[in-house]
Design a protein around this ligand. Structure first.
Ligand code: PLP
Length: 444
């Protein structure tokens, strides 16, 4: 099956969304539950590289990667070929009924590339939330403890337990309670908003967290600390240097399972294979999903063999977990990440974006902070006194969308623009997207 190459240039030939997208949107409103939103309701026909094509003949620049999923690009030919080959042989057996090699192969790859050279095991699941749920199950089972520590601005998913782990009420939790118990929230080392300044943030925040865990929960009662090594939906908050290593050290000393939720940051996204690698942090368990399989639904928990194997036989699983087609896609995608050096490419993307955005911030004081690593970069928009400026964000986003740039927001205060281009995007499209963003600020 030959895939036609998607031309790598922006093309805007109608209003965005165009008439055909608007027609589809009407059908959608009548058929699809309203609770599911869409950032930019242009209906897609094809995508590849840094471009998304829509039903009206527009070609949009992709700064979202379907929320950090298509790291290797949309419909990468190697991913398509391996998945199609697998589809033609068998579509499903259920790994819990009759196993297959593709599942084992993905687990072997994950055990090899995740941080730390200790003996590891993996389990495959369907979604990021399911991976986080399973990490908590494993940590509780292995430690015999119940409490779970999470952080301000955290996002871990939309299932009942992961809603409890997630910080932000609207839209994720409003009206969906009661939530799971034994979840304890701690302050986050948020350098831009740390009261005594970013240089003090790492050590002060770590001391505060350790004190609160000790005094309010009791370290002996804590099964797991769950944290995103760079927070995603919470606004691409990069914890201040030293924070993560200090928390890991505390966990080690107290028999607490340190869980890195790398669902968004994983697979070369941040300019390291995993964001934990940046400070040499070795998590006990790591959850992955989004970037794992080039767009097919797959997720995993990978971790220390003695923790992973502590769960009784039959205690973990699921009908579709590690679907063979998704596994084939993951193997192809992981190979592509390594052979194309997408870690290196993510760093180049980060250098280009950070350089241009820092200049832009000098011209526009509304850009209060520029942050992130690799191809996970954000700007935080503020008024005076660092008051969040969500209305400015709405204006900027709406202009960028009208010009054919797919751009996402994030942040507890709804004032962060986040950029997650596919790692295969070219510099020309990257620069063109940033030009559009610069125009948007110039027009404010
Ligand atoms: C997206 C995300 C999740 C949830 O993943 P789903 O596949 O949407 O369930 C969990 N944790 C983090 C850090 C995420 O970014």
């Amino acid at each position: 099956m030959a895939v036609t190459e998607v031309a790598q240039s922006r093309r805007v030939v109608t209003e965005i969304p165009g008439p055909k997208s608007r027609e589809l949107q009407e059908r959608r409103v009548a058929a699809v539950a309203k609770g599911v939103g869409s950032v930019l309701p242009v209906y897609v026909t094809r995508a590849g590289g840094g471009i998304i094509e829509d039903v009206d003949g527009n070609a949009l620049i992709d700064f979202g990667s379907g929320i950090a999923v298509t790291n290797v690009g949309n419909a990468d030919p190697r991913v398509v070929e391996r998945s199609a080959e697998q589809l033609g042989r068998f579509t499903h057996t259920c790994f819990m009924v009759n196993p297959y090699e593709a599942y084992v192969e993905v687990c072997e790859a994950l055990n090899r590339i995740t941080p730390g050279d200790h003996e590891k095991r993996s389990i495959l699941l369907n979604s990021g939330a399911e991976a986080v749920e399973n990490a908590v199950k494993i940590a509780r089972s292995a430690t015999g403890r119940q409490a779970v520590v999470v952080f301000d601005h955290a996002y871990h998913g939309r299932t009942n337990l992961t809603m409890a782990l997630t910080a932000k009420n609207m839209p994720y939790k409003q009206g969906f309670g009661p939530f799971a118990g034994e979840v304890h929230r701690m302050p986050m080392a948020y350098p831009y908003r740390w009261p005594t300044g970013p240089e003090n943030c790492g050590p002060e925040a770590a001391a505060m967290v350790i004190d609160q865990i000790t005094k309010q929960i009791g370290a002996d009662n804590v099964a797991a600390v769950v944290i995103e090594p760079i927070q995603g939906e919470g606004g691409f908050i990069e914890p201040a240097p030293g924070f993560l290593p200090a928390i890991v050290e505390f966990c080690r000393a107290n028999g607490i399972v340190f869980v890195a939720d790398e669902v968004q940051t994983g697979f070369a996204r941040t300019g390291d294979m995993f964001a934990c690698d940046h400070e040499g942090v070795v998590p006990d368990l790591i959850t992955t999903a989004k970037g794992i399989a080039g767009g097919l639904p797959l997720a995993a928990v990978t971790g220390r063999a003695e923790l992973m194997d502590a769960v009784h036989g039959g205690g973990l699983g699921g009908t579709y977990g590690g679907n063979p087609t998704a596994c084939a896609a993951a193997s192809a995608s992981l190979e592509a990440i390594e052979s194309d050096d997408l870690v290196g490419r993510a760093r180049e993307i980060g250098d280009l974006m950070l350089g241009r955005l820092r200049k832009l911030a000098e011209e526009h004081p509304v850009i209060g902070d520029v942050r992130g690593r690799g191809a996970m970069i954000a700007i935080e928009l503020v008024e005076e006194d660092r008051t969040p400026a969500p209305k400015v964000l709405a204006e900027v986003l709406s202009y960028c969308h009208s010009q054919g740039l797919v751009l996402l927001s994030a942040g507890t205060y709804g004032n962060v623009i986040r950029m997650l281009p596919p790692l295969v995007i070219g510099d020309d499209l990257l620069n063109e997207g940033l030009d559009i963003l610069a125009d948007a600020f110039a027009r404010l």
